[in-house]
Design a protein around this ligand. Sequence first.
Ligand code: FAD
Length: 424
Amino acid sequence: MQMQEVDLAIIGAGPAGMAAAISAWESGMEDIMLLERAEYPGGLLHQCIHNGFGLHYFEEDLTGPEYAERFIDRLASSNIKLCLNTMVTNFHPDRSMIAINPQWGEFKVVPKSVVLAMGCREKTRFAIGIPGSRPAGIFTAGLAQKLVNVDGYMPGKEIVVLGSGDIGMIMARRLTLEGAEVKAVVEIMPRVGGLIRNEVQCLHDFDIPLLLQHTITEIYGDYRVEGVKIVQVDGQGNPVRETERRIDCDCLLLSVGLIPENELSLEAGIELDENIGGPVVDEFLQTSLDGVFAAGNVVQVWDLVDNVTLDGEKTGRNAARYVGGELKREPKEIEVIPGDNIATVTPHKIVGTESAELALRVRETIERAEVRVGDFRKKFRVVSPTEVIKIMLEPEYLNLFRKKGEIKVSCCQRGKEDKEEGHD
Ligand SMILES: Cc1cc2nc3c(=O)[nH]c(=O)nc-3n(C[C@H](O)[C@H](O)[C@H](O)COP(=O)(O)OP(=O)(O)OC[C@H]3O[C@@H](n4cnc5c(N)ncnc54)[C@H](O)[C@@H]3O)c2cc1C
């Protein structure tokens, strides 16, 4: 088997992997291999032909392919080895990996450092257990997005979307624009799962019915979907039987969540966060395996691709520092503990020798909110589970927690006194 030794191997050439490769290159690393199983770099971006990408990073409103192109151009002007049609099939605790492509067949890569940037995958019908028959016409929203935007096929004419994640809402609008009738977007929660801007621009602006606190309890049809049974749910999420009704449709799209893609991480014995499904990382985005970093949706499902790019850049810089012998682990790290109203927080551990940025999501929407990290407080007009909140902590402050070995993060509503003082 052919063997390649490199300074850095990156698995996945989506926005996270491309940013990692470019920043490692710009940090002086020369021997970088970017392995991508698809025939194009860019990850999911090439199927996201709507706008709304890059508003923060470029301060421009770009489509997914336009956003990707900016990084593809920068890759092309470097000596980074971009291996397309290349699937990494195995990853080992000594950081070596096995990959396969049509050019070299199966080959081994032995890198000094690694960035995991495999992204995430969509939950399917079986992850949420909808009973009923198994006819044609049931798709995840992302697959339908690829069929319509890349391959030019319509998945159906009368559509019901289950789940109001961003991909589901974007596809409801897309299919409407392509002439389908979207009969409903059905969401079990009392609020949409995706960004508010997508609720407004994709559903309300196109008069697409949004049924909050509803779910689907049965799928009808033998060969092709003929309809779904929908039902209202109570405060505990239990179906209220008297409200059951049928909606006729020939296509059901599922937008019910994304799962970080970590089979390779598991194989290498990397510690995963059971709640999020991604690797446990420190503020340098280094995983439990020395010299292995992780960026983008493989760590946690981000709200905006701009954040994924920043994550990728961080891992590229840190991989270069690791190979240069500059990045050392501290014997005692500070554990980050999610407290009240915190759904997820990364990094999980902080070395604390440099500034560290926390990225967190809350469980519930709160107006006039305050995020607390130890005694540090940051005020927000409103916090919502759909948006990632970032908080930067300085090493002098982190030092105060070194002895205790942990720092707690929580989010609550601010007291009345703040309102009277006019904070917001
Ligand atoms: C179906 C879907 C649709 C989306 N649509 C939108 C949208 O409309 N708007 C929006 O803002 N965000 C959207 N997102 C979120 C968007 O994917 C992320 O913001 C961003 O693409 C994440 O970047 P990433 O690099 O972490 O992962 P990805 O973009 O998923 O890139 C991961 C890359 O890794 C490659 N890979 C994985 N495993 C291997 C392996 N073993 N070997 C080689 N290569 C591998 C994959 O082929 C892929 O190219 C969508 C996500 C999904 C899953």
